[in-house]
Design a protein around this ligand. Structure first.
Ligand code: IDP
Length: 165
């Protein structure tokens, strides 16, 4: 890398955001998208889906032994979701900060400006999902956007990253 040269695309990070069924049903979609864009994220891709039970079981496999697992499946299959690839520097941590704590009731007190506080429901119905680490983000993006995310990555590298990178 030449002195003083910074390869902009390498500093971008992607994370997975989901507007859950309660978010869509309560018409929070536009508000949430405005917060996303105002916070400097680019929505690289989005798809609206009706998840089935098997998809939710796989996506949330790490919670399969939890007491709330069946209820989580019922919740996540209760209506369509909006799945988004969100991109910016430090996207994973910044999106988690923006959505706030898991329990939306606590979020209202400790993180009043967070998205989950805005939705104001409970520990299960909390409106949005966010990947909790860069590794989870990769896995979760591939879960919903197999070929597309790879294509976006190749496009970005070719567009912004000269051979010297
Ligand atoms: P996160 O979404 O903040 O990362 P996780 O612990 O990964 O939280 O839990 C995944 C999802 O499972 C939560 O967003 C919520 O919908 C649900 N959930 C988590 N904890 C509870 C609980 O104690 N009771 C009911 N549902 C829960």
């Amino acid at each position: 890398v030449k002195q003083g040269f910074r390869c902009a695309s390498i500093e971008k990070e992607q994370t997975l955001g989901i507007i859950k069924p309660d978010g869509l049903l309560s018409n929070y979609t536009d508000k949430i998208k405005n917060v996303i864009l105002d916070s400097g994220f680019v929505i690289r891709n989005e798809v609206s889906l009706q998840l089935d039970e098997d998809s939710v079981r796989t996506f949330y496999a790490e919670h399969s032994s939890k007491s709330f697992f069946n209820s989580l499946i019922t919740y996540m299959t209760s209506g369509p979701v909006l799945v988004m690839i969100l991109e910016k520097e430090n996207a994973v941590a910044d999106w988690r900060a923006l959505i706030g704590p898991t329990d939306a009731r606590k979020a209202k007190i400790t993180h009043p400006h967070s998205i989950r506080a805005m939705c104001r429901t409970n520990s299960e119905k909390n409106c949005v999902h966010g990947s909790d680490s860069p590794q989870s983000a990769q896995r979760e993006i591939s879960f919903f956007f197999k070929e597309k995310s790879a294509a976006v990555y190749v496009f970005l590298v070719l567009k912004y990253c000269p051979i010297s990178c």
